[in-house]
Design a protein around this ligand. Structure first.
Ligand SMILES: [Mg+2]
Length: 251
């Protein structure tokens, strides 16, 4: 049963999405690669539970950095460039071996994206680099739905800095946007930009209740179990919005 807080609805002009953990299930790709990288350098058995503990802290949105810090915390003497190179190899694959990138799953079906795009401008602010993002958007056939896209390479300061969100707003009222993300740095970035935040917390992830509570504490206006629920929370921008759009839940 949704709680009272969970019935919040939005009528944004722009919906800004985080990618990993929101639009894409990356447990098989980025998460698996992080674990394999740390195991490679340390021979220690690290688990998704351990990974989640790192991810619940601010400052570990970048998996190359996270992997390096994690390896060092376990006594490894390896530097960022070496750890990143291994990560990239495991993620993309080598010499015809398929990398973990093939294991990722797109989560928001095209018909829903099309309906959302008719109601609001869709944008992306991600910690991915451009190559990783374009590969996924093109492979999943969804590139056309997104206008402004800000990747890790387009900002001087990564999340939780709001730079990317402010670039997408480009002077517009932050109250007329929403940012949909899944972790602490997403919530902090939204807060700093003055943009309402919607948290995605899948019940499949470990300690999902604690994570939902954490995001609420950081100002999340609503917590959804999947990005597929977003459509029910986004009101049509104008009365002329498509008549075929889904009815809104009562508030
Ligand atoms: Mg994310």
């Amino acid at each position: 049963m949704p709680t009272e807080k969970n019935k919040f609805t939005f009528a944004p002009e722009v919906i800004i999405f985080d990618v990993d953990g929101v639009l894409v299930d990356v447990r098989g790709s980025f998460h698996r690669t992080t674990l394999e990288t740390v195991r490679h350098f340390t021979n220690k058995r690290v688990t998704p539970h351990d990974l989640q503990k790192w991810k619940n802290q601010s400052g570990y949105n970048d998996d190359w950095k996270l992997s390096t810090v994690w390896v060092k915390s376990l006594g490894g003497k390896h530097e960022y460039d070496e750890v990143k190179a291994k990560f990239v190899e495991l993620y993309w694959g080598t010499n015809g071996d398929r990398g973990n990138v093939e294991r990722e799953k797109w989560l928001l079906p095209r018909p829903q994206l099309r309906r959302l795009a008719a109601r609001a401008e869709l944008a992306i602010f991600t910690g991915r680099v451009r190559q990783e993002l374009n590969y996924t958007l093109d492979r999943c056939g969804v590139h056309e739905f997104f206008g402004r896209i800000v990747t890790a390479e387009d900002v001087a300061k990564p999340k939780p800095d709001p730079e990317g969100l402010l670039a997408i707003l480009n002077g517009r009222d932050p109250a007329k946007a929403v940012y949909v993300g899944d972790n602490v740095d997403d919530a902090l970035a939204a807060q700093a930009a003055g943009i309402p935040f919607i948290g995605i917390v899948s019940p499949d992830i470990e300690r999902s209740r604690a994570r939902a509570a954490l995001l609420r504490k950081m100002g999340a206006k609503a917590i959804l179990q999947s990005v597929k629920e977003l459509e029910l929370r986004v009101a049509p921008l104008t009365a002329t919005a498509k008549s075929g759009s889904s009815p809104l839940p009562a508030t």
